[in-house]
Design a protein around this ligand. Structure first.
Ligand code: UDX
Length: 436
């Protein structure tokens, strides 16, 4: 089957490469010539573990190509995915769908024969209807169906999430489109992946409701962590204790500085607006958005308090700036709130991140970027862990003590054990556990 993937970002590039791994002939399209040139030279425009090998193997196999020419890609395709960005619209929090609608029109102008147009991007409820209207208006003669097929990929494990999803959700009422989608996802059917066929509207809402529920679950444990600090409980034990209940589940119960990324912040906001616009406000989600924003901003105060109430003329060593490990993505990362607040409070900030520094340099002016974890902490007054990269989980604590002016650590991801840190002579601050 010939597939066109419009958009080669985190979702489009991974999805296109994975569909070619499934045996489809995939053409990935992007307007960004530089990005396409990089891809044609085997250079990945994003950091995603395993993506370079996956792309290389399928380019070599003749199943994956890249182009800026949408027309030629669509003309030959029986399935065309829209995987362009749907950022938060400046100022009002709605999803900006201009790229989706522009792609829909261009696809309509170049479709040839029956074509299934699939919205892979995260799009508000009702977007599929608008895409269908645009295509119908542009090409009254065309034979096509519009299907919603949301992605559930986590950055840093996107390929594994695509190849072994909990489920595939397909929103369409057309049996003809269902057949095309079943063919495309056949390799997953062979491993008995649940494929849920539903309406386009329900499919669009599943995506938002899923992400929003996960963001709510994280915010819940973050607030429980604050309560743990007040009553002397341990949030790791509370999370484990509730997570053993099959109705709750143990995932996404890691307390931290607040969620970031390209999805949770924008999807929660977009769903809040959709709900308000439709007269069914989601007050729990509105609280989640507010709590999370405030939490990220409050983390700097934890660090300032750990330093005795002031960081004026102090040096703060920061390990990790990306919104999560195993990605270079800085979108809505907690570091974007924490580091400027520290600098505004008079601190000098040195930082290191295994993958995110290129992306972060323009977003975090005034930071002294370092070569590695240990050089970052040389003569610093406090060591702060913002992102839980594996590289930071096994630091040589004796060496750390020798490099810092004082053995003071603020661990916003709880990757160390309070008792161990006490035994090593650290003053150790963390989230929702008994500090030492
Ligand atoms: C998320 C969804 O998981 C994925 O299904 C969807 O397709 C896209 O959005 P992603 O944003 O890549 O994926 O990362 P995820 O691993 O979900 O983490 C999101 C944020 O929540 C990160 O900032 C992470 O640090 C935070 N988080 C996650 C926690 O603070 N605690 C947790 O227990 C889990």
């Amino acid at each position: 089957m010939h597939v066109a993937m419009i958009g080669t970002g985190y979702v489009g590039l991974v999805s296109g490469a994975c569909f070619s791994e499934f045996g489809a002939n995939v053409v990935c399209v992007d307007k960004d010539e530089k990005k396409i040139e990089m891809l044609e030279n085997g250079v990945m425009p994003i950091y995603e573990p395993g993506l370079d090998d996956l792309v290389e193997n399928n380019v070599k196999g003749g199943r994956l190509t890249f182009t800026t020419d949408l027309a030629s890609a669509v003309k030959d395709a029986s399935a065309v995915f829209i995987a362009v960005g749907t950022p938060t619209r400046r100022g009002d929090g709605h999803a900006d769908l201009s790229y989706v609608y522009a792609a829909a029109k261009e696809i309509a102008e170049n479709m040839n024969g029956y074509t299934v147009v699939i919205t892979k991007s995260t799009v508000p409820v009702g977007t599929g209807d608008e895409v269908e209207r645009i295509i119908r208006e542009t090409r009254p003669d065309a034979e096509f169906d519009v299907v919603s097929n949301p992605e559930f990929l986590r950055e840093g494990s996107a390929i594994a999430d695509f190849m072994h999803p909990d489920r595939v959700v397909l929103g369409t009422a057309s049996e003809r489109a269902q057949k095309v989608m079943k063919d495309l996802y056949r390799p997953l059917s062979l491993i008995e992946t649940p494929i849920l066929f539903t309406s386009r509207t329900s499919s669009e809402l599943i995506k938002y409701a899923g992400n929003t529920f996960l963001a709510t679950k994280i915010t819940f444990i973050n607030e429980i962590a604050d309560l743990c600090e007040k009553v002397g409980a341990d949030v790791h034990h509370v999370a484990k204790g509730i997570g053993l209940d099959g109705r709750i589940g143990k995932k996404f119960l890691h307390a931290g500085p607040g969620y970031g990324g390209s999805c949770f912040p924008k999807d929660t906001l977009a769903l809040v607006h959709t709900a308000r616009d439709n007269g069914a406000p989601l007050r729990i989600v509105e609280a989640v958005v507010d709590i999370n924003d405030k939490r990220k901003k409050s983390m700097a105060n934890r660090i300032i308090n750990a330093c005795g109430g002031s960081v004026i003329d102090k040096t703060v060593a920061v390990l990790g700036v990306t919104f999560k490990p195993n990605t270079d993505d800085m979108r809505d990362a907690p570091s974007l709130d924490i580091i400027p607040a520290l600098i505004d409070s008079g601190a000098s900030v040195r930082a290191f991140d295994p993958e995110g520094m290129d992306e972060a340099k323009d977003m975090l002016p005034g930071v002294d970027w370092c070569e590695d974890a240990y050089s970052t902490m040389q003569d610093a007054d406090v060591l702060v862990i913002i992102t839980e990269w594996n590289a930071f989980r096994g630091l040589d604590l004796e060496r750390v003590k020798g490099l810092l002016k004082q053995p003071l650590m603020v661990d916003l991801r709880n990757i160390y054990e309070p008792s161990e840190m006490a035994a090593q002579g650290f003053v150790y601050h963390c989230i929702g556990r008994q500090e030492v």
